[in-house]
Design a protein around this ligand. Structure first.
Ligand SMILES: Cc1cc2nc3c(=O)[nH]c(=O)nc-3n(C[C@H](O)[C@H](O)[C@H](O)COP(=O)(O)OP(=O)(O)OC[C@H]3O[C@@H](n4cnc5c(N)ncnc54)[C@H](O)[C@@H]3O)c2cc1C
Length: 379
């Protein structure tokens, strides 16, 4: 057993900690208020070679491991959940399916601009009537004369306004009386493709969440990602990796809220003493620190299993479930420790609490994680 980060992972952690504090934290309240997408931050991350971090260098990536990816997501999320989810979705939902299932030509054409940061990565699975039951996809892709003709709607899709292309799932036919779901790469500039950025969200205000409308969108048949009918299996594999990203985001937001609460508890005086001298407050902080430590270890373990080519589906579901639930608890308690000030935007913790809620919903709700874990432990 070895719990130490490698020297490369340590360096990434140090670099991203500094970058997050100096470049991401300063505008976070303003971006939350104005819902401005942090394009400039991502240009800088692209210059640092971070946008393709876990993908091979031949596609413009950094050749790093999943633990390093989790570290980047944690450090960005510690100061800004919106920046964290944008990066996490870019890599694990946008880039990963292209890397895992794309042909060499598709990787060169579509993964490379994601790694260099010229395009953001996005993934279109959820539909108005197909959320937890993603197999309920109604978007269709009918093959005619060497092209797929796509029609349908996707909802809640992260990053699509800033993506040049994205993989999405669609019904390509019937096989043995069942829907045949395939993944198809669609350029967002295609005729008949509309990306709508119009949601009024609870949190993650400066992340981009969109509706996609496809009306007779035509793409060449060669844009099929992987094999026909494999779309459902591909998105399950993609989501396994994505859950490590959500787990890391949860650890980051929780860590940020805990640090704010610890610092505030030392400054705030009531009854003539710092509130950190009250055991009720100390015990809250102790519980927060313990839960964050455990969640981080779970995220690292799932990432390590993935990096070592081992099965990691159960650990990914567990780390996502545990980390998102403790993130909600920790951010709630961080607001509590701040008292009335915690309810005010300038103290940051209310934003963290709003941002945290998505983590119990996106990439499989907590109920779905429990279903996945139950299946994997043989219930
Ligand atoms: C900000 C944001 C970003 C997102 N980004 C993306 C993205 O980039 N790409 C993408 O494809 N999707 C994305 N999503 C969609 C997200 O993954 C779905 O919202 C999520 O999977 C839940 O689906 P749903 O909203 O339809 O809820 P539903 O599936 O309708 O669930 C409603 C409730 O019923 C529960 N439930 C459902 N089925 C069961 C069951 N069998 N047993 C017990 N309880 C059940 C759920 O747990 C939940 O509590 C995003 C969502 C948000 C809000």
């Amino acid at each position: 057993m070895n719990f130490d980060l490698t020297s490369e992972q340590e360096m990434i952690k140090r670099t991203l900690r500094g970058f997050a504090d100096e470049e991401v934290a300063p505008g976070v309240l303003e971006r939350d208020r104005t819902k401005q997408f942090p394009v400039e931050i991502f240009k800088k991350l692209a210059d640092m070679g971070i946008m393709g971090l876990p993908f091979p260098e031949e596609y413009g990536g950094g050749g790093a491991d999943t633990v390093s990816f989790a570290i980047v997501v944690e450090e960005l999320s510690r100061v800004c959940g919106s920046t964290g989810i944008t990066y996490s979705a870019h890599i694990s939902l946008g880039g990963a399916p292209l890397y895992l299932f794309g042909t060499e030509e598709q990787k060169q054409k579509y993964l490379t601009p994601i790694c260099t940061g010229e395009s953001f990565g996005a993934f279109g699975l959820t539909e108005p009537n197909a959320g937890s039951d993603a197999g309920g996809t109604r978007t269709t892709a009918i093959e005619e004369n060497g092209e797929f003709v796509l029609n349908g709607n996707k909802c809640f899709i992260t990053n699509a306004s800033y993506a040049r292309h994205l993989a999405l799932t669609a019904v390509t036919g019937q096989s043995n009386g069942k829907k045949e779901i395939s993944a198809i790469i669609v350029p967002t500039s295609a005729s008949g493709f509309t990306v709508i950025d119009n949601y009024e969200k609870m949190g993650l205000h400066s992340s981009n969440t969109t509706e996609l409308v496809l009306e007779d969108v035509r793409v060449p048949a060669e844009n099929l990602l992987g094999k026909r009918g494999e779309g459902f299996r591909q998105f399950l594999i993609t989501l396994d990796g994505g859950r490590i990203g959500i787990g890391a985001m949860a650890v980051g937001i929780a860590q940020g809220a805990y640090e704010k609460a610890l610092a505030y508890s030392k400054e705030r005086k009531q009854f003539g003493k710092s509130i950190s001298s009250f055991q009720a407050i100390q015990f809250k902080l102790a519980d927060m620190a313990m839960k964050i430590e455990l969640a981080r270890n779970m995220v690292y373990k799932a990432a390590w299993l993935k990096d070592n080519g081992r099965n990691f589906s159960k650990e990914a579901a567990m780390c996502k479930l545990y980390a998102s639930e403790i993130c909600m608890e920790v951010t709630d308690q961080a607001v509590q420790i701040h008292g009335g000030y915690g309810y005010m935007k300038e103290y940051h913790v209310e934003r963290m609490m709003r941002d945290a809620k998505l983590l119990e919903i996106g990439e499989g709700t907590s109920e779905v994680q429990r279903m996945v874990i139950s299946r994997l432990i043989g219930c």
